[in-house]
Design a protein around this ligand. Structure first.
Ligand SMILES: Cc1cc2nc3c(=O)[nH]c(=O)nc-3n(C[C@H](O)[C@H](O)[C@H](O)COP(=O)(O)OP(=O)(O)OC[C@H]3O[C@@H](n4cnc5c(N)ncnc54)[C@H](O)[C@@H]3O)c2cc1C
Ligand code: SF4
Length: 369
């Protein structure tokens, strides 16, 4: 264990690299790309933190997690304390450590990033989040007799449910799907965020007393008036997300074999289309797949297509590669796995062949912005 009493940040070592599976192997299946830090790696990386008096990383974190404090706990080998510190501000460290855009939040502000690489705050958060058994039982306020209905079980809904439960509210989460997690399960693929990690967080909420009602499309099953009236809820928190796709508005986008990312990813991630016919949901396994877009959703879709056997999996983006909104790590991973990037193109139309199916899209140079 590193020396605790005389702390001096280790300025000589580089950022501890991610613990990744080899790109050529991982691109063939849905195994997690990143295995996460070992305890040794985490403590080594923790030794890079300066423990700034005015920690800019905390300002960069949307929920102001006490980052230097939990990093210090890792350095000292007290992982349970580190996890408790995170949980004072965030219920979802295993998830946020994996998918938060740290490069534009906490790590983007880290002073070590000014003359080199920032501290790997996301990896350290994930390291602790993956050991929930080390956390103390959260402090629960006494029941206050108030009932709250949370509609939707994505990150917004489950965070709200957890906070309310800890503060003495009686919480029921109503979810349209048969399982909880929202985009975390139907959108983000297994290789980035394993379903078991999300389930663990949902189970943790159930242990706090949160009730989940799945297969419950609210508004159809029950109205707000019914919830607030005969069902006896005192308040409703609506966390239904933004599940509708943004259309390209080009001819032919409704042809067979043209999918919107949410549908494609839901079929594979949640309804196991990749295991058809063992599971009922079919999907297209294309030889050449073009994904239009440059964000995290596009990266997840193109990397999924690659794993389903596409020989060419292409990202076509209307702006330059540097302007892509996807996390840099996702773009880096995608390219390492063999994904091609085609910048400055947008589709004009999708054309049907004799069989009525889509023919290859005609990418065209993008008009100047
Ligand atoms: C493919 C993909 C990848 C992404 N990757 C990242 C990433 O790497 N990093 C990042 O920070 N963000 C990422 N995002 C964005 C992030 O996932 C969303 O910002 C986040 O999920 C929004 O959370 P939410 O709880 O508001 O909504 P959602 O996660 O959309 O959850 C809404 C839930 O409400 C349910 N619901 C809807 N209507 C009803 C109803 N009438 N009754 C009951 N339930 C209902 C839905 O079924 C769903 O479970 C990604 C999004 C997608 C689609
Ligand atoms: S800004 Fe960077 S070096 Fe400073 S406390 Fe935060 S993580 Fe540590």
């Amino acid at each position: 264990m590193p020396e605790v009493t005389k702390y001096k940040a280790n300025m000589t070592i580089p950022r501890t690299p991610d613990n990744e599976e080899p790109a050529a192997e991982r691109a063939c299946d849905f195994r997690p790309v990143d295995k996460g830090y070992t305890a040794e790696m985490a403590q080594l990386e923790a030794s890079r933190c300066l423990r700034c008096k005015k920690p800019l990383c905390v300002e960069g974190c949307p929920v102001n997690i006490k980052i230097p404090d939990f990093i210090t706990a890792i350095y000292e080998g007290d992982f349970g304390r580190g996890l408790d510190i995170i949980r004072e501000d965030s219920m979802l460290p295993a998830i946020c450590g994996r998918v938060c855009p740290q490069e534009s939040q906490c790590e983007g502000k880290c002073v070590r990033g000014r003359k080199g690489e920032p501290v790997a705050i996301g990896q350290l958060e994930r390291f602790l989040g993956d050991q929930p058994e080390l956390a103390s039982t959260p402090e629960m306020k006494p029941k206050n007799g108030k009932k709250v209905a949370v509609i939707g079980s994505g990150p917004s809904g489950i965070t709200c449910a957890g906070e309310l439960a800890r503060n003495g509210f009686d919480v029921t989460v109503f979810e349209a799907f048969f399982t909880g997690g929202g985009v975390l399960v139907y959108g983000i693929p297994e290789f980035r965020l394993p379903k078991a990690v999300v389930k663990r967080e949902i189970d943790g909420l159930e242990a706090l007393g949160v009730k989940f009602e799945f297969n419950s499309v609210m508004g159809r099953l029950e109205t707000a008036e019914e919830l607030l009236g005969e069902e006896g809820f005192d308040a409703i928190y609506v966390a239904t997300g933004a599940g509708l796709p943004k259309f390209l508005n080009v001819p032919g986008e409704n042809l067979p074999n043209v999918f919107f990312a949410n549908e494609y990813l839901t079929r594979v991630n949640l309804m196991k289309a990749n295991e058809f016919p063992v599971f009922d949901t079919p999907t297209k396994h294309g030889k050449n797949v073009v994904v239009f877009g440059g964000g995290n959703v596009a990266m997840d879709a193109v990397r999924t297509a690659k794993r389903l056997g596409a020989e060419r999996a292409i990202i076509a983006y209307r702006r330059t590669e540097a302007e892509m909104p996807a996390r840099k790590a996702e773009l880096h991973h995608a390219k390492a796995e063999g994904v091609e990037v085609m910048p400055l193109v947008a589709p004009l139309e999708f054309v049907a062949g004799d069989d009525g199916q889509r023919r290859p899209a005609r990418p065209a140079p993008c008009p100047a912005p």
